[in-house]
Design a protein around this ligand. Structure first.
Ligand SMILES: [Zn+2]
Ligand SMILES: [Zn+2]
Length: 145
């Protein structure tokens, strides 16, 4: 399993830049929120630890649920990242990376929302909304105890 690698990236206008330790696997989320948010889903993202932002004043976070938030650049509107509220890990839209080499799509989630015109990604694991929500609730309950 390849290790996370330090990667950099930024939004379309350059107001927001970031760096962090990015996982090598791309997650494709087909949920209807990601479809609308990206304007043509899925959201292809990589988990980035130690996400360091410059131009954070231009990051506008939209809280779409009690646990998640979606951030965009307030100047150019670029889809930046999804994260659990208050967490240091962000799932950064892969298209923002300066260098996308060495990445592969490893998982598809919320596959029951995948539009009929899109086929499953070869080699990627598949999980449904029910499976993802069960994982989320187990995670949140584990933290609460
Ligand atoms: Zn921007
Ligand atoms: Zn999603």
């Amino acid at each position: 399993m390849p290790e996370p690698m330090r990667r950099t990236g930024g939004c379309l206008c350059g107001a927001v830049r970031f760096s962090g330790a990015a996982a090598p696997g791309i997650t494709a989320c087909h949920c209807t929120q990601c479809q609308r948010w990206t304007g043509g889903g899925p959201l292809f993202s990589v988990g980035v630890r130690d996400l360091e932002l410059t131009g954070e004043a231009h990051v506008r976070a939209y809280r779409h649920s009690t646990w998640g938030e979606r951030s965009a650049c307030d100047t150019c509107g670029t889809t930046l990242f999804w994260r659990m509220q208050g967490r240091p890990i962000g799932f950064v839209a892969v298209g923002l990376l300066d260098d996308q080499s060495g990445l592969t799509v490893t998982e598809e989630i919320f596959v029951d929302d995948r539009p009929g015109w899109m086929t499953p990604w070869p080699g990627a694991t598949q999980s449904t909304e029910a499976e993802e929500m069960a994982k989320l609730h187990a995670f949140l309950e584990g933290e609460a105890t």
